[in-house]
Design a binder for this molecule. Structure first.
Ligand code: ZN
Ligand code: ZN
Length: 236
């Protein structure tokens, strides 16, 4: 028989979950995950590379990769390395339809970097876009979900500034040079948007080679942006 209280229970469960959103077993904390899962989300320890957010082992503030491959953005933040539980949750969000992870991962970001870090520095928060066909296939863009959550949590204006206009083949098997060439004309800033002298915090799930984020940053700068920062859940 239909439980007429079900809609109320569902709403209550979404606002005050009674189980961890990751392991679906233990009692969650205020972020929506249990203490055990939270302790398995190992953050990249400081000091961090300003180019990619990864760990540093030298005396300068850039890792070897960023030193040899200069980034067009001013500063990058990455919370986790793309492995173990952070990897599982990102893949669950990206391919498994677990859109609740966008909320949990965004709250973990805010627990690490409070609003005061970004609010005075950025005018807009913007996601890396998906091609419309890929978004239609997946049903959503995971970076958009994270950017929307973060815009609410940080009280920063959400702006869907970019479109992906070119369908590109999978980037993983390509060399850095080919990847860059491939992505060069893949994005554009939406015509109606004025970014002159604005600062944008660009959001993506993972920074691997950084080619996609670089292509987006190039377009934002060409459109007049004077400061672009990059925030990703993980450094791949
Ligand atoms: Zn758990
Ligand atoms: Zn780096």
């Amino acid at each position: 028989m239909f439980d007429f209280n079900f809609p109320n229970k569902l709403i209550k469960e979404l606002i005050f979950p009674s189980i961890c959103g990751v392991c679906l077993k233990n009692k969650p904390n205020h972020i929506g995950i249990c203490e055990e899962c939270h302790s398995n989300m190992l953050e990249i320890p400081p000091p961090n590379c300003v180019g990619c957010g990864g760990a540093l082992d030298g005396v300068i503030d850039l890792c070897q990769e960023c030193l040899h491959n200069p980034r067009p953005w001013e500063k990058a933040y990455s919370l986790y390395e793309f492995k173990s539980l952070p990897r599982q949750t990102i893949l669950g969000l990206k391919y498994g339809g677990n859109i609740l992870y966008a909320n949990i991962l965004s709250k973990l970001i805010v627990a690490k970097w409070p609003a005061s870090k970004f609010v005075d520095h950025y005018d807009f928060i913007a996601p890396v876009p998906l091609h419309w066909f890929k978004k239609m296939q997946r049903g959503y863009n995971q970076s958009e979900l994270i950017a929307r959550e973060l815009s609410e949590l940080y009280c920063l204006t959400y702006l869907n500034a970019l479109s992906r206009i070119k369908w590109t083949q999978s980037q993983t098997s390509l060399t850095r040079r080919k990847r860059r060439k491939n992505l060069k004309q893949a994005f554009e800033v939406k015509q109606s948007i004025n970014l002159t002298s604005k600062s944008v915090l660009l959001i993506d799930d993972v920074l691997t080679t950084g080619s996609t984020l670089a292509a987006c940053t190039d377009k934002l700068i060409a459109a007049g942006c004077d400061y672009v920062g990059v925030l990703t859940i993980a450094r791949g």
